[in-house]
Design a protein around this ligand. Sequence first.
Ligand code: ADP
Length: 449
Amino acid sequence: MNRMSITLRITLWYSLFMLAVVLLMLAFMLGISDTIIQSNAQNQLTTIIDYNVEEVDHDDGEVEVDDDFDFLKNGVSSLVYSSDFAWIAGQLPQGFPEETEFVDGETRQVSSAGEQYLVYDRKVTFKKHPEVWVRGVLPLDAVSGIAGTLLQIAMIALPFLAILAAGGGYLITKRAFRPVRLITRTVDSITEGKDLSRRVDMDSGRDEIHALAATFNSMLQRLESSFETERQFVSDVSHELRTPVSVILAQCEYSLGQGAPEGEAQESLQVIERQARRMHRLIAHLLTITRMEQANFQAALSETNLSELLESLMEEANATAPDGVLLRLDIPQGIHARVDSALFARVVENLVQNAFKYGGSHVDVSLKAENETVALRVSDNGIGISTEDQPKIWRRFYQANPSRTAGEAESMGLGLAIVKQIAHLHHGEITLRSAPGEGSTFIFTFPQG
Ligand code: ADP
């Protein structure tokens, strides 16, 4: 049940409820309509006959029927008989058995040849004259015909109304839950794209769900501004650190230049220079990350011959490949895509340098375009990454095996965080397949156009 949407659950609930009500009503109508209509018919019959009785009189030994006597009214046929049951006036409905016995003041049901009739007789007595009988006959098929028509109307109208109510209710509920779907979609897109500037885009309304969306938007607003403050702070600090670090580096270079000190002093200066370089790189990385995180930052995407770009990048990479590491390429000619070439070069450099650092005897780089999607693949047969570490290596400053990289001035655990950001800026994604001891394959896929 919980797998169904609330809209569907509500609709299902009241549709079933309406169905039950309709069935109950139909059963009720079927059950009582006959009784009610019959008792109505009975009333009608007795009223008409009781009235007609007043319109019969004796005049000079002759039975006289007044003009106001209703011979046929509302389906009731009225007849007058003499005291010895001889017919005087009126006409029996067709099929009614003439020999039907007379009973004074009692309504009975008589059936003949499959037809049902209601019969009501009244004996009218006069002071000096012999009595007469007034008989009323009402064929019941007319009555049950009305009941049948009523039932037929109900059988069509009630389910139709129930379907109309269910359909209308479904649409209203669906509409009412639209903002909830919008909220879900917005949260999803924020989770996927990390774009906190997005808001639940909704028309004005006063109901609870609109209030929820408004609260959600103001929460996003606060989150966005606190992230922005943090990002701005890191960016400002990095800027501020750039000058002193450059000065330290320049001073080290100068001191290690001509007339350099000897022995321990020289070693100290070299350590300072190495660390200053590391700080310099760290600041550059931080500035890159904070710049790309800016809400209005856009990659400068332009049509690029990726095959050529990658080949020239690989020439440079080959020059920096450690001894004994073979760089193998599979780059088909003429693959074009819309990329920011500086950022794309950064991805290639980070992935290939990692493959050199953590790799084994060979590194494979390939490029492929298929179904409007480009895939850049960098794989090595090196140390690999454990399943536990695989989701963590994208975090800033995370290093899966810091002991191995401790001596590396280059290693800071920021490279893959930058790669991931660049992949996102290209509306693409970066995936990893790796097993410890067997090597790793990083695949950057992004749309060609
Ligand atoms: P680092 O500067 O440490 O290389 P990265 O963000 O580039 O930082 O990588 C994060 C971590 O992911 C690395 O410290 C390393 O443990 C792991 N890693 C990255 N690439 C590979 C690879 N090709 N093989 C094995 N481990 C890797």
